[in-house]
Design a protein around this ligand. Structure first.
Ligand code: SF4
Length: 921
């Protein structure tokens, strides 16, 4: 076999063909590798980045072999992670790891050989052979393991072998029988089993949650329970108990919503306790995400056809692994499902992106794969499931549109991670008139306008025989497509800074391309309102007020409004006439055609009519009288300029609700029958308990409902005084030159297992660069969000697996990451996480704070600190230290912590961290 390579920071371990094990400084390892063939390694992009080599150098990546042999199986992308996934002894050192790689390869090939008769391997040799011709270095060894040489292409045409779904009659309405607290307790005990860790508050929590499942007594007045469950309560099983009982008893579905895809995965894993049998679980529990997350078989067919014809041959290797995965996947979820998170890291995000229906181009019943489509299958399974695990963004959008892929609007919800309802509602109910959105709509309507760059189909091709020959439908369609040319065209972002571009004429607010003219005028206003003239190009986004608008913006708005009207009118006519056609031909119309027209109508409304109508209303606001300064507005309007890599990428006119929980309450909560909103950090921890509950209700919109929410609270069972220590370090400044050594010394004192949290990516990167080599030399690998070529899910998997490693991250690592045990024993936070002082926050702290603007900021900071502290202790046996490196921390935010906090110098914090962890672990 080839040389094996494992790379740390500043050094690498190499096992040569003749069995010599070398540990070399990075430079030397790089030079040595140049004299050898492609190495065996784990995660080529991450390894090469550490080695300072370009990604894409030839290598035998064991992850690719794993994905071929054991598709859809989880594995952390490190030598240790692979060893654990294959039941092998994990390596302890870099050298052990390098020595293990050939064994991992042999184990995988042996497994493939042993399973060569399995149905899923029937076409594997043909797939591997084509991948081999495209340069896949594992192909010869795979062919040998399969004892077969094949060139058949059927393995790539995986859509032919997937199961078909059967259309079911619509499920009857759910009944409304209540769940008694005693029943919930009994179900919980059953879920936990006889040997479970005793968590006294868990049964009380399950008991309180049952109120959300009581029969509704008045329309528009659901039962809302706000339940705070301290970390360690076991709230997931606590709500699964009454939710599953209600669903079974009433033949209904409870939608469990959480904030991120990672958390969806965690809840799904907990549901194994409810249905250990995989077949039963599949029938009764469904994970739902937006359509853009799933593999679209039509897109896969396009990509495979292109690759096999030679046009996209470079994609044959990842496509070969995708078709292997498609045979094994539970639901075709490309994002956070069973396709490994490291897949896009190995092959680039573009491929996975083109395989999903990202642009709403599904042709539904006209698609040859409709009956095998993963998305359609999941939508149908969700209709009859007991529990659907979704995310806040999806359920809010579904409620706003009265159903997404069908007319499903749930009546019972559990909102886990309820402290994120405010920000999720803020995104879900905000609107944006931007270049990117406009160009997306143009592409959705007109398809690809530049040959060779895209397979986008356009509305005309998608509607095809639904309109051809129906002149009453053809006419509005043509009018709509003609009017769509007012939307930003190909190359629009290059013209943002080029008012005299050939397509546009010389006038900034010229009439030829009203959308682009508006964007340029808006950009000019943003730049004019910035505090200084020399804004660094590295800024990710720049904002300005919309009001008062500059004269150029005011002049450009009416022309754009007229152009949008010219689109909206034929779009509405087309929709009405499509619906009319269903009515007129009700008796003879095929069910498939009816389903297709319904789906086309839904897409037209969501993709075109609704956004155009909202944009039109936003432009209309420019002509309306504005609230006086200090007066409470319903909406906040502002302009945003996005910059990346030194270039202006987009300009957006944004509208947010001042209080986004208002539309949340009106569109989702009020029509429901019952909701449980829960979190470990629903409330602030100030001295005023009543004020904390009021603030919690305001953050989830309960204050907008006719009947007050039921409040429940269960304290954490953990003994924080015994299990934790917390320090504020008072002699380290915010300068990276001081922050970096502070992080290094604390991580060394803990011997790894440290999570470093940052409020800015630039400081995270700077600290990482300074401390990684020293930690590496001490046997502590350091991983970093925005540093390593891995996404967040992969990084957390790696951090969990590599017990001596440390991880640096930003917000996403602060909330919801669940790493129990030794792997996380220290959290170091760079500074108090104050809210970002942007226009949105400024308006909200003025109008939603009840006059206490500082108190409003402090409450947000305390809740974030509580979330961060919550990462530390996940079980009764965990111990850990929390350190805040911000000497300006006001005492008022320290009530966030459930343990006494001491202000100490760095040396003392380091010594105490070392002593405490040595004593307790
Ligand atoms: S039905 Fe739509 S999403 Fe499914 S495979 Fe066909 S085009 Fe793709």
């Amino acid at each position: 076999m080839s040389v094996s390579l494992v790379c740390g920071f500043g050094r690498a371990a190499l096992l040569t063909d003749d069995g010599e094990l070398l540990t070399l400084p990075t430079e030397e390892a790089r030079a040595t590798l140049r004299t050898l063939g492609p190495p065996i390694l784990v995660h080529a992009p991450a390894t090469f980045r550490r080695l300072g080599l370009k990604s894409g150098a030839p290598a035998l990546d064991l992850l690719e072999l794993f994905a071929f042999v054991l598709p859809a199986r989880p594995v952390a992308p490190t030598p240790r992670g692979m060893a654990l996934a294959l039941d092998m002894d994990p390596p302890k050192t870099l050298e052990d790891a390098a020595a293990l790689l050939p064994d991992i390869a042999r184990t995988l090939l042996n497994r493939l050989h042993a399973g060569r008769e399995l149905k899923m391997n029937a076409q594997a040799a043909g797939v591997a052979a084509r991948m081999g011709r495209a340069g896949w270095p594992w192909a010869p060894l795979v062919a040998k393991a399969l004892q077969s040489i094949g060139e058949g292409l059927d393995g790539f045409r995986v859509w032919r072998t997937l199961p078909e779904w059967e259309e079911q009659p619509p499920p009857p309405l759910a009944s409304s029988h209540a769940v008694a607290p005693a029943e919930a307790r009994t179900r919980l005990a059953k879920l936990l089993g006889p040997h479970a860790e005793q968590r006294p508050g868990q049964a009380d929590y399950a008991d309180a949650a049952t109120t959300a499942f009581a029969p509704r007594e008045a329309q528009g007045d659901p039962h809302v329970v706000l339940a705070e469950a301290g970390t360690g309560t076991g709230k997931t099983l606590g709500y699964i108990a009454p939710a599953s009982l209600w669903a079974e008893r009433n033949h209904g579905t409870v939608w469990i919503s959480t904030f991120t895809k990672l958390l969806q995965r965690q809840i799904d894993a907990e549901l194994m306790r409810l249905h250990p049998n995989p077949a039963e679980r599949r029938a009764r529990v469904v994970v739902r995400k937006g359509r853009e997350n799933y593999l679209c078989l039509l897109n896969l067919e396009d990509s495979v056809t292109m690759a096999l014809s030679g046009a996209g041959g470079a994609n044959l290797v990842p496509l070969g692994l995708i078709v292997r995965w498609a045979l094994a996947t539970a639901d075709g979820d490309l994002q956070g499902g069973d396709l490994p998170g490291w897949f896009p890291e190995l092959f680039g995000p573009m491929l996975a992106g083109t395989l999903a229906d990202r642009r709403g181009e599904c042709i539904f019943g006209a698609c040859g794969h409709y009956k095998r489509c993963f998305i359609e299958h999941t939508v149908r399974r969700a209709r009859t499931a007991d529990l659907v695990v979704a995310n806040h963004a999806l359920v809010m959008t579904q409620a706003a549109w009265q159903g997404l892929d069908d007319d499903t609007v749930p009546t019972r919800y559990v909102f886990d991670e309820g402290h994120h309802v405010f920000e999720a509602a803020d995104s879900a109910f905000a609107s944006e008139l931007s270049g990117v959105e406009g160009a997306e709509l143009r592409r959705w309507l007109l398809g690809a306008e530049q040959t060779g760059t895209s397979r986008a189909r356009g509305l005309k091709r998608r509607l095809d025989e639904l309109v051809v020959g129906h002149s009453d439908l053809e006419a509005p369609l043509e009018a709509l497509l003609h009017a769509a040319r007012a939307l930003p065209g190909p190359g629009w972002s290059m013209r943002l800074t080029d008012p005299g571009g050939p397509e546009l004429g010389a006038s900034v607010a010229g009439p030829k391309h009203p959308f682009e003219a508006f964007l340029r005028a808006a950009r000019a206003q943003i730049l004019a309102r910035l505090p200084g003239d020399d804004q660094p190009l590295a800024y990710a986004s720049l904002e300005s007020e919309m009001f008062p608008a500059n004269p150029d913006v005011e002049a450009a708005a009416p022309a754009l409004a007229r152009a949008l009207d010219r689109m909206a009118e034929p779009a509405r006519t087309l929709l009405t006439r499509l619906e009319q056609r269903m009515d007129d031909e009700a008796e003879e119309m095929e069910p498939a055609t009816r389903a297709r027209i319904e789906a086309a109508g839904r897409s037209l409304r969501r993709r075109c009519i609704d956004p155009v109508t909202i944009w039109r209303a936003m432009l209309g606001a420019l002509a309306e009288p504005r609230p006086e300064p200090g007066e409470r507005p319903a909406h906040i309007y502002f302009l945003r300029l996005d910059r990346r890599d030194g270039a202006d990428r987009d300009v957006a006119f944004c509208r947010h609700h001042l209080d986004p929980t208002q539309p949340f309450a009106m569109t989702l909560v009020a029509p429901a029958h019952g909701l449980l909103i829960t979190s470990a950090t629903l409330r602030d921890a100030s001295a005023d308990v009543e004020a904390d509950w009021d603030a919690a209700e305001a953050r989830v919109g309960a204050a907008h409902l006719p009947t007050p929410a039921i409040r429940a609270s269960v304290g954490s069972p953990f003994d924080y005084a015994r299990q934790t220590r917390a320090f504020v370090v008072n002699d380290v400044s915010a300068d990276v030159a001081q922050l970096a050594p502070a992080y290094r010394e604390l991580f060394l004192a803990a011997g790894g297992g440290g999570l470093g949290l940052f409020t800015a990516i630039s400081r995270l990167r700077a600290v990482h660069a300074r401390i990684a080599p020293d930690l590496e030399a001490a046997g502590i690998p350091l991983f970093g969000q925005h540093v390593d070529a891995m996404d967040n899910t992969t990084l957390v998997d790696v951090f969990r697996t590599e017990e001596e490693s440390c991880l640096l991250g930003t917000d996403a690592m602060r909330d919801g990451v669940d790493v129990p045990g030794r792997a996380l024993r220290l959290v170091v936070f760079e500074r108090v996480p104050w809210p970002r002082p942007d226009i949105l926050h400024r308006e909200r702290r003025i109008h939603l704070s009840g006059g206490d603007t500082s108190g409003y900021d402090e409450r947000i900071a305390r809740l974030r600190l509580r979330q961060a502290f919550g990462r530390l202790i996940r079980t009764a046996t965990d111990v850990g230290v929390f350190v805040l490196l911000d000497r300006r921390t006001p005492s008022r935010v320290l009530s966030a912590f459930p343990t006494p906090v001491r202000r100490v110098g760095l040396a003392e914090a380091v010594a105490e961290t070392r002593a405490f962890l040595q004593e307790k672990t």
